[in-house]
Design a protein. Structure first.
Length: 388
């Protein structure tokens, strides 16, 4: 995602919520900017300004979380897995596989975000009407911010939601996702060029928002220019299947042994997750030292099934899936390969890169070779979504 380190802070209806390092900086900056605006512009006390600034931050980032939750709700309504929501400096990112439901699913999941933010703009505006003083100023600001972010995020270029909406529309009309990716990329470049012109005009006029327009334009242009490379990479990966690149399954943990047994046998000193199998040999989740600790710290004799993460929080692949779709879903994380619920292999970005080097580049790969993330120098098939 390009968001740096992240930490899990909560689980909402089975979906992990993470915050990134970059989010901590932007959250602190938002509170500080609000504090300066309220204490100097309205003349209230420092204590009141700080309290209202924290309240404004809660409402603002709460609206970002609602935006991401809308993506997740629609995805789940389409029976798609959602493996997490991460708050980052630009807003947030919801990890799901909308393309698995075709162009309609891709459009609906993408559309839910900006539509929710637009609705929140209306809610903040209505709440601002009877409000007075500093609270009224905060609610008016939030209404405008939500309106601006809804409009910006709906721009038809990658990596914004509008780019995915355009991709879905062209995909549905042409039946060719490859063509749709290229259209969304080139459209983003065109809009980015217009954004650069707008930013230069704003700078010339002394408008303080010129940097925001310039930043969005830069992201659209850079992402759009990389689209041909992404498509070429996708065309190469489509030649392989998950079964061609996956590793044999590693150790598994029975669901009914105690967390203490799992700690002593599997988890201690290991920084990874293990698949958890029920009595029928079906994968029902994953367990790690982190997930086990939440329950095991209170009662280490509880079974592993009570201290595991649900399977929906892990990328799950089928052996017959093409590697281009697999890389898009993995998004830099390891995944499990299942056939009818039975573990048949594991796939990580490094495994895809080994396949790429061996099959596409024709380079011999020694087992001990250290390999980085998938496609070092080869991008994901579709860029990650920085929601606003």
């Amino acid at each position: 995602m390009g968001s740096g380190s992240r930490w899990k802070v909560a689980t909402i209806r089975g979906i992990p919520l993470y915050v990134s390092t970059s989010w901590l900086f932007i959250a602190a900056f938002y509170v500080w900017a609000q504090y300066l605006s309220l204490s100097r512009g309205i003349g209230i006390s420092d204590a009141a300004a700080l309290t209202l600034s924290l309240l404004a931050a809660v409402m603002f980032f709460g609206s970002v979380l609602l935006h991401e939750s809308a993506h997740a709700i629609v995805a789940r309504a389409l029976d798609l897995p959602v493996t997490g929501i991460t708050l980052v400096f630009w807003g947030g990112a919801t990890e799901t596989k909308a393309s698995a439901r075709g162009p309609k699913g891709e459009f609906l999941v993408a559309f839910a975000g900006p539509a929710t933010t637009l609705a929140l703009a209306g809610v903040f505006w209505l709440l601002a009407q009877p409000a007075t003083g500093a609270l009224g100023v905060i609610l008016h600001d939030l209404a405008w911010l939500s309106l601006i972010f809804a409009a910006v995020n709906a721009l038809p270029g990658f990596p914004l939601d509008g780019g995915r909406m355009l991709l879905a529309a062209v995909w549905g009309a042409t039946g060719a996702r490859r063509t749709a990716m290229r259209v969304a990329g080139y459209t983003g470049i065109a809009i980015g060029i217009g954004g650069i012109a707008t930013a230069l005009w704003a700078l010339n006029q002394g408008q303080g928002w010129w940097w925001f327009a310039g930043y969005i334009a830069f992201i659209l242009i850079v992402t759009g220019r990389s689209m041909d490379q992404r498509i070429a990479f996708r065309d190469q990966l489509v030649r392989g299947r998950v079964a061609d690149a996956m590793r044999p399954p590693g150790p598994t943990v029975p669901a009914d042994i105690t967390l203490l047994q799992a700690l002593d046998t599997y988890l201690r000193g290991v920084d990874r997750s293990f698949p958890v199998l029920d009595g029928n040999g079906q994968v029902v989740g994953t367990v790690s030292i982190e997930t086990a600790r939440r329950v095991g710290a209170r009662d280490p004799m509880r079974p592993v099934r009570e201290g595991m993460a649900p399977l929906a929080q892990t990328p799950v692949l089928r052996p017959e899936e093409t590697l281009d779709d697999a890389v898009e879903w993995l998004a830099g994380r390891p995944g499990l390969v299942l056939r009818d619920g039975v573990l048949v292999g594991e796939l990580a970005p490094a495994d895809v890169e080994r396949w790429y080097r061996r099959v596409i580049e024709g380079r011999p790969i020694v087992p001990e070779e250290a390999v980085g993330s998938a496609g070092a120098g080869a991008p994901d098939a579709v860029p990650p979504r920085p929601d606003l």
